[in-house]
Ligand binder design. Structure first.
Ligand code: ADP
Ligand code: MG
Length: 476
């Protein structure tokens, strides 16, 4: 039987689908996941803040009407917004899913300890006594398949190793399979593809995809609820464990410890482990050596930035899968303009489609140009005071804390002055704010620092080279 909130949402979708163009429906409504219905409030999950604003701006009346129709006059709608994966180091709200994904709708976790202790409606599978194999929802996203994963020089090794693993999980030399790359280059997609393919080949195998942050949160909850053993046993029961973004384990000693035990158990029993990370094992910081050494047991394969041809192929594949047509020149323009991150390239594609369906304009090169210019501009990274301090300190090999310390050592005073100088140059912060963040100084100190640096640059050639060097690094 369908859960009530899913049923309600399905009914709402049916009405909306009849009232807006198909392309808009696909862009803005299909990716939404209904989460719960409580006190006549329907909560839906949307992939980003931008998405939420768009819905509120363009579809609020339609949504209101349909909600009223389904839930009566007291019915309400609430949004839950997914936090972008790229916010490393920061905890997001609730659970994160791969963004912009349609099939995720059907793949919500039901029987997993994902929301343990957070949401009462999800049963805790640990407490089912006497059950050997509990049903595990794999959390795999259907559209992240091998079929949809375009092959190129950039991913050949990782892809073929992944394929081999899915043909023979736990029995190849690639255990663990460790996939690493910068963000937005397909780690999560490939990890899901392997999991899906295992499910195809071996339907009885228990496959679990879990984001490292989920794993950490579950572990914390299990400590709180005093059922750590159940947590460990649950994970030891998995045949193919996929842990995404392992870099989040940095500094989390207790969780690393427990993962170490899970890892050993799985590995000894020829179960497959797949790990993704934003860095190769050797560069991971804050990780226990014994865990790192295990990461090197199998194969570490990276995903690189795809070349133009592969980027075009990825866009074409996506359009084809979604049943959308677009002029070749537009695709080419997109692939030319956005070069380093596939997720951003896809994001631009979605914006173009949205814009065209909204204004009922045809997708033309002009429209694409306008959108991409906007897009590229809005994703330009803001340089923050924190970031400036880090770059300056890295440059001189000083700990970042030094800037905020009371010390008057010459090199540290100079680093502090440089941080102030660049903060004035690159941020919109006031002198007072910059002062507070750079060693709790006042605005006059900042002003003095800016003058000092300018003077030094005029009189000292070597110093000028340093400053220019740092400036370049800041803009990288
Ligand atoms: P990462 O986990 O490395 O940050 P993702 O797996 O989330 O990256 O990929 C970002 C987006 O790019 C996803 O929508 C994914 O489907 C797409 N993508 C990445 N690589 C490929 C590829 N080789 N073929 C097709 N789509 C890809
Ligand atoms: Mg990812």
């Amino acid at each position: 039987m369908k859960k009530k909130h899913v049923e309600v949402w399905d009914n709402i979708l049916a009405v909306i689908k009849d009232n807006i163009p198909l392309q808009s429906f696909q862009t803005w409504f299909v990716p939404i996941v209904p989460l719960k219905l409580e006190n006549n409030i329907l909560t839906i999950q949307v992939p980003s803040h931008f998405f939420y604003e768009w819905l509120e701006e363009h579809y609020i009346n339609l949504l209101k009407k349909t909600i009223k129709k389904e839930l009566g006059a007291t019915g309400r709608l609430e949004y839950s917004i997914i936090v972008e994966n790229s916010n490393y180091g920061r905890r997001g709200h609730s659970v994160k899913y791969p963004t912009s994904n349609k099939k995720a709708v059907q793949n919500r976790p039901v029987n997993m300890p994902v929301n343990l202790g957070r949401s009462k409606e999800i049963p805790n599978p640990f407490i089912i006594p006497g059950l050997k194999k509990i049903k595990v929802e794999s959390q795999l996203v259907e559209s992240y398949s091998f079929d949809n994963f375009v092959e190129g020089d950039c991913n050949r090794l990782a892809r073929s190793a992944g394929w081999a693993v899915s043909e023979n999980p736990g029995k190849t030399a690639f255990n663990p399979l460790f996939v690493y790359s910068q963000t937005g280059l397909g780690k999560t997609h490939l990890a899901h593809a392997i999991g899906l393919q295992v499910k195809n080949n071996f339907p009885e195998k228990v496959v679990l995809y879990v984001q490292t942050e989920q794993f950490i949160n579950q572990f914390i909850d299990s400590v709180r609820n005093n059922n750590q053993n159940d947590f460990v046993h649950f994970y030891q029961m998995i045949d193919v464990l996929i842990l995404d973004d392992i870099q989040f384990l940095a500094g989390k000693e207790k969780t690393q410890d427990v993962f170490f035990h899970v890892f050993n158990h799985l590995h000894q029993n020829n179960k497959q482990i797949i790990i993704t990370s934003d860095k190769p094992p050797v560069e991971l910081k804050g990780m226990e050596p014994r865990l790192l050494s295990r990461f090197k047991w199998g194969l570490a394969a990276d995903l690189q930035v795809p070349d133009l041809e592969t980027r075009m192929a990825i866009l074409q594949k996506k359009l084809y899968t979604d049943g959308i047509e677009m002029p070749y020149e537009v695709i080419e323009y997109l692939a030319y303009s956005i070069t380093t991150n596939i997720r951003e390239m896809e994001g631009a594609l979605i914006s173009i489609m949205a814009q065209s369906s909204l204004n009922k304009k045809k997708v033309t090169l002009d429209l694409a140009r306008q959108m991409i210019d906007k897009f590229v501009k809005s994703t330009v990274r803001e340089i923050s005071i924190d970031y400036i301090q880090k770059v300056v300190c890295d440059y001189f090999n000083l700990p970042v804390e030094a800037i905020n310390s009371k010390t008057r050592k010459r090199e540290i005073v100079q680093a502090r002055q440089l941080a102030m100088f660049f903060s004035k140059k690159h941020t919109k912060n006031s002198l007072a704010t910059i002062g507070i963040h750079c060693g709790n100084k006042d605005h006059a100190t900042v002003l003095h620092a800016v003058k000092t640096i300018n003077n030094l640059m005029e009189t000292d050639k070597q110093f000028k080279v340093y400053v220019e060097d740092i400036d370049r690094k800041l803009k990288m």
